[in-house]
Design a protein around this ligand. Sequence first.
Ligand code: ADP
Ligand code: ADP
Length: 225
Amino acid sequence: NAFVSLSDLTLSYGQTVAVPDLNLDIRKGELIALLGPSGCGKTTTMRAIAGLLTPTGGKIMIDGADVTRTPANKRGIGLVFQSYALFPHLSAFENVAFGLRLRKLPDAQVRAKTEAGMATVGLKGFEARKPAEMSGGQQQRLALARSLVMEPKVLLLDEPLSNLDARLRLEMRNELQRVQKDTGITMVFVTHDQSEALALADRVVLMKDGRIEQLGSPSELYAEP
Ligand code: ADP
Ligand code: ADP
């Protein structure tokens, strides 16, 4: 019942093998965290799922299809980075609507989906703001909305909260969890913050030197001696 399945995955940069032999099954609708110290292979793994890095070995399945050689833009995957990469000259509304317009959806649908997406992340009423006129937390929500409206099969989040101050980070944890439960979208997020992973995720993948050291729910990981 894996929705995303990584089998015997080898990920390399030139001669350097960053991830030697990864096996991981991700269930539909779960929020899973890749946790571990800098350099352990979290981002590399995420880039492979996204299709930004071609494996040198192994297989990636998403929703029953082998996507190992499928280009990034055909995988139905959304990405949210710590640097939000919002368009500064566009309003919040147009930032969220951007991808929908690229898909050439009719205006009424663009409007409906954009408004719904902004409501999901608690940004109703902010449609006319420019990103620079919004707080860090609001910009992060906007980036999330922009990905959500594209209805990705999987949403990948790379250190999504690390640019926020401590108070906002806690607030956005709950927000992210709520959005994930509300939408049911399978989410994989990368973090080096153990408390964040344990607080947010349904399951935590603890990585070390390109390998999975532990894998389980937060309570299972806590129960380890
Ligand atoms: P993390 O996201 O956990 O910090 P990465 O996936 O970025 O770790 O890195 C895993 C390993 O791959 C590290 O040893 C890192 O030095 C190496 N690596 C990452 N990106 C590159 C790159 N572009 N070229 C060469 N080696 C890289
Ligand atoms: P397109 O079909 O034109 O790529 P998308 O809405 O899928 O349109 O994506 C818009 C932009 O976001 C793309 O040009 C791409 O650069 C980026 N993007 C979206 N999804 C991914 C992904 N999984 N990997 C890399 N880039 C992506």
